[in-house]
Design a binder for this molecule. Structure first.
Ligand code: HEC
Length: 194
């Protein structure tokens, strides 16, 4: 990043010569006016072509779809990169059985109804059918990656005291990587990218 020798400069105290120097420095830094103290800005995970992914769980570089718009993708509260499952081929039929045995109690039959979750801001567990649209991607690798982060590491929903939270199925060894790949394939089959 580009650092300026002066920050929060009070322009009226600068002599004409110094002001010219400062302006050319700012121009060299890609800025034309001394508008604010900070040159760098926080980046967020997004589906904008040029935006870099640099936050917590999203630290591993992934190809970003070039849609031109910037949308913040839902990410789990727990950190960590993708597990092996994100790059594996899953069987949606096997995934349906895994889902019914492990996920249905909270996300409902075929992911259709999230059960009540007192203490969470949303009030319910999120349904997975239809799923949060920011998780959906036309690129199957990106789609699997977005789901994998939640399933591997788990997540605590926003709110004072959520009763239910998403378990870390991968990190805690509750499912194998193949089982996670299968359940990801099943969730994708319920919510095909349009
Ligand atoms: C004890 C209840 C519970 C169980 C069982 C459960 N989840 Fe979750 N799940 C949650 C909660 C709560 C969230 C919301 C987390 C948040 O908002 O940070 C969630 C979020 C998710 C998300 C992200 C969806 C979104 O809209 O943000 C996915 C994907 C997911 N769960 C998949 C699964 C899968 C696959 C299983 C089974 C292997 C499963 N869950 C089992 C409670 C559960």
């Amino acid at each position: 990043m580009c650092r300026l020798p002066m920050r929060n400069t009070r322009a009226r105290l600068i002599t004409g010569f110094a002001a010219v120097q400062l302006l050319s420095l700012l121009a060299a830094c890609g800025r034309t006016t001394p508008a604010g103290p900070s040159v760098s800005s926080a980046t967020t995970a997004s589906v904008g072509g040029a935006t870099s992914v640099s936050r917590g769980a999203a630290a591993t570089a992934m190809p970003e779809p070039t849609s031109g718009t910037t949308v913040e993708i839902a990410r789990p509260s727990n950190p960590g990169g993708p597990g092996a499952a994100a790059a594996m081929t899953g069987d949606p039929k096997a995934g349906a059985l895994i889902f019914a045995a492990n996920c249905k109690p909270c996300h409902g039959d075929a992911g259709k109804v999230g059960v009540s979750n007192p203490g969470s801001t949303d009030g319910t567990v999120p349904p997975l059918n239809p799923i949060d649209e920011t998780l959906v991607s036309k690129d199957p690798k990106v789609y699997a990656y977005n789901l994998d982060l939640f399933i591997q590491h788990g997540s605590t929903p926003e709110g004072d005291k959520p009763t239910l939270k998403m378990a870390a199925w991968g990190d805690d060894g509750k499912l194998t990587q193949q089982q996670i790949a299968d359940v990801i394939a099943y969730i994708i089959s319920l919510n095909p990218a349009k």
